[in-house]
Design a protein around this ligand. Structure first.
Ligand SMILES: O=C(O)COP(=O)(O)O
Ligand SMILES: [Mg+2]
Length: 230
């Protein structure tokens, strides 16, 4: 189903915002850390586009995808522990150094706050990567709650993290809107019964965002904030 271009969302009390590809252009960080890990394992560097298409389903999935370029399923599992350890070390060392905040993010978060909408960040990025990055970019103070991909028993596209935010905030799922760059965010939102808006500039697993079932595509978080009201 094609997503409609514009829709006003009323009766919204909470917004659940994705991190990678929605608030921050982190692909260059992934590119550097993955290729430093690959160099340690004597593997050739990968193009940023290849790595970007693997982002969004957490670190373990990313490691398996970048190892599967060179190895069969058994080889992937054999190299997985070393790759994960190396990648985590390199990612933490450069976390945020090559990233940038997308246009309209701070303004959009500010406007949502001013409208009385409560804010949570739900990312599949490990919490140990997500928190320092939110601090470094100055985005942490906007959020009452931050859940990483390893904070809860299940991660997106499972609806559990969004249902947990709704419970924490004491709001009904239909009073919450998720804003994200991928089908992961939209699927989790639909399954939770939340509303969902997609941004078109992030990382949707190499697929067109217009094919994702959502309540609309917004050009920025500021554009989303204009459409949302209590
Ligand atoms: O898989 C990741 O690390 C990125 O996930 P996010 O888009 O949910 O922030
Ligand atoms: Mg994302």
């Amino acid at each position: 189903m094609n997503a409609p271009e514009r829709i006003a969302l009323r009766g919204i009390r909470a917004a659940i915002i994705d991190l990678d590809g929605t608030m921050l252009h982190t692909a260059p960080d992934f590119h550097v850390a993955v290729n430093r890990m690959r160099a340690e394992l004597d593997l050739a560097p990968l193009a940023i586009e290849t790595i970007t298409n693997f982002v969004g389903k957490g670190t373990e999935n990313l490691m398996r995808r970048v190892l599967a370029v060179d190895f069969d399923a058994d080889g992937v599992e054999r190299h997985f522990p070393q790759a994960l350890e190396s990648y985590q070390r390199h990612y933490l060392a450069i976390n945020g150094d090559y990233s940038s905040v997308y246009p309209g993010v701070r303004e959009g978060l500010g406007e949502l706050q001013a409208k009385g909408v409560r804010l949570a960040c739900v990312t599949n990025k490990p919490i140990a990567f997500a928190l320092p990055l939110l601090e470094k970019t100055g985005l942490r103070p906007y959020f009452e709650l931050v859940y990483g991909g390893d904070s809860l028993p299940k991660k997106k596209p499972d609806p559990y993290p969004f249902l947990k935010v709704c419970e924490d905030f004491g709001v009904q799922p239909q009073e919450a809107v998720a804003i994200g760059d991928s089908s992961n965010d939209a699927q989790a939102a639909r399954a939770a019964g939340c509303r969902v808006l997609n941004v078109p500039y992030g990382y949707n697993h190499g697929k067109p965002i217009h094919d994702v079932d959502s309540d609309g595509i917004v050009s920025s978080l500021l554009d989303a904030a204009h459409l949302i009201s209590a």
